[in-house]
Design a protein around this ligand. Structure first.
Ligand SMILES: [Zn+2]
Length: 482
């Protein structure tokens, strides 16, 4: 692979980052996106924008956003080179001088030929496939290597990847983190392939230093292992992905680890989406220490934070929607992609207080705009409800292990009143106390009161949420007759 990664990503000052990014952006747009992406070639024409006039990260704001709904014809987003145009480019000529006529063919194929694909999970909309070339795989390995670095992984680290086998970024990012960082990795396929007990057995044999998994499954796994009086004293890191990780969940995971004989375990969560083709991680924060946010890779992508209503960039440290533009990707590419994810503390560019890296960070909780839109509910029981807020609220409720929120209509009559039922698993907490906690929290923040709170054990809840079957847990269910 011809691509070399820069070592400035976590050392450069904001001004240096800006300069490097502007150069990379200019090159990407003029030599690859504008000539070879059908969607963006048409966009530049339609908008009357000269691609060469996009010279800096500030010029990016002149490009229209790309929304999820624009991804209908996903093949239009793939970089498909035209031979004649490619041959005329000065970059191709330079490559020819460096690698010779046969070498240049291989270099260009590695850069441009799609060989791999991941897909969105498509819970309620059609799956969106995203293509990778060798260059994208190299980037995936590099973001995986950085994830390991952030994890403080030493050369002898052994890793268990317990994400479900799927054409899904989470699984493949974990896999390529192992190959990219040259670490022993076993992918178990999660609960579906060898069952929870199979996972417990193989982990007992391998005694990994780190486990990468979805939080709900990992919780289940550690619980089973603790019940079975397993000893996993070598375990040092839990790396979580695929869903949000409430503070209560982190506490409980640490407790299980202590029962397993692993008393110093750092917990890192990651942030990713299919269209980014990479994942970002927190640096390891000690117990009780607040997370310093997701560390971004400024040589690989530009992240903007914008006001979700006006689309204007917000100042650093302000909440807004995460917008993504790659800098070195090939295959499928989206520019100024509106993720639909809201970041509570915005983007910051000062030194990380924990690790001292200078890369930009996304701080605070992330909630999905898209979940509300998908459910298409704003009004519940006559009150306007912010479902993101509701979700964060329940995630943070003391003593609430897992939950599912069900919306119904009284008597199953479409015209009757809305009903809210909260299905809950208590965690170190009496049912009555938990019910009171939930009612109080909801009342204080939203003025909503649930019609019923029902209690379950973990096993039943996992079934209800589709753990092991679905790639994302079903946490909000709309059972109102249409
Ligand atoms: Zn840090």
């Amino acid at each position: 692979m011809n691509l070399k990664f820069k070592n400035w990503w976590d050392k450069a000052s904001p001004e240096e980052v800006e300069r490097h990014q502007s150069k990379l952006l200019q090159k990407l747009i003029t030599t690859r996106v504008a000539p070879f992406s059908k969607y963006y070639r048409e966009m530049f024409e339609r908008e009357g924008i000269d691609p060469a006039s996009i010279q800096s990260t500030d010029d990016l704001v002149r490009l229209p956003f790309t929304f999820k709904r624009d991804l209908g014809e996903t093949k239009d987003f793939v970089i498909v080179p035209e031979k004649e145009v490619l041959q005329r480019q000065s970059g191709t000529f330079l490559k020819m001088l460096r690698h010779g006529p046969r070498g240049v063919k291989k270099v260009l194929e590695d850069e441009l030929r799609p060989i791999f694909m991941t897909s969105t999970t498509g819970r309620s909309s059609a799956p969106v496939p995203f293509l990778y070339t060798q260059q994208d795989i190299a980037i995936l390995e590099e973001s995986g290597r950085r994830l390991m670095e952030m994890c403080g992984a030493t050369p002898d680290f052994k890793i268990v990847n317990a994400f479900p086998f799927a054409p899904h970024l989470a699984f493949w990012q974990a896999h390529y983190a192992g190959t990219g960082d040259n670490k022993f990795t076993l992918s178990t396929g999660g609960g579906k392939v060898m069952g929870t007990s199979g996972n417990v057995e193989v982990i007992a044999k391998i005694q990994p230093d780190a486990i990468i998994a979805m939080p709900t499954f990992l919780y289940h796994l550690l619980q089973k292992a603790a019940e079975g009086k397993q000893r996993w004293p070598n375990l040092k890191r839990l790396v979580l992905g695929g869903e949000k990780v409430p503070e209560g969940m982190r506490r409980k995971l640490r407790t299980f680890c202590a029962e397993l004989g692993a008393d110093k375990v750092d917990i890192l969560s990651t942030y990713a989406f299919t269209e980014a083709k990479m994942a970002w991680a927190e640096c390891a924060a000690a117990e009780g220490e607040e997370s310093a946010g997701f560390h971004l890779y400024p040589d690989l992508s530009i992240i903007e934070v914008v006001d979700p209503n006006t689309g204007e960039r917000v100042p650093d440290g302000h909440p807004g929607e995460i917008v993504y533009t790659p800098l070195q990707s090939r295959g499928s590419i989206v520019l100024r992609y509106r993720t639909g994810d809201l970041i509570e503390g915005g983007i910051v560019r000062d030194l990380c207080p924990i690790c001292g890296r200078t890369c930009p960070r996304l701080v605070g909780k992330i909630s999905r705009v898209s979940d509300i839109h998908r459910l298409n509910i704003g009004k519940l029981k006559g009150t306007l409800v912010d479902f993101n807020q509701l979700e964060n609220l329940l995630d943070d409720t003391e003593g609430l292990g897992a939950w599912q929120l069900e919306l119904r209509k009284e008597n199953d009559d479409p015209l009757d009143l809305d009903e809210i039922i909260i299905h809950a698993v208590p965690m170190d907490c009496k049912q009555a106390t938990l019910a009171e906690n939930i009612r109080q929290k909801l009342k204080n923040a939203t003025e909503l009161s649930p019609n019923d709170i029902r209690f379950y054990d973990w096993k039943t809840m996992r079934k209800m949420q589709g753990v092991g079957k679905e790639l994302k847990e079903k946490k909000v269910i709309d059972n109102r007759p249409k």
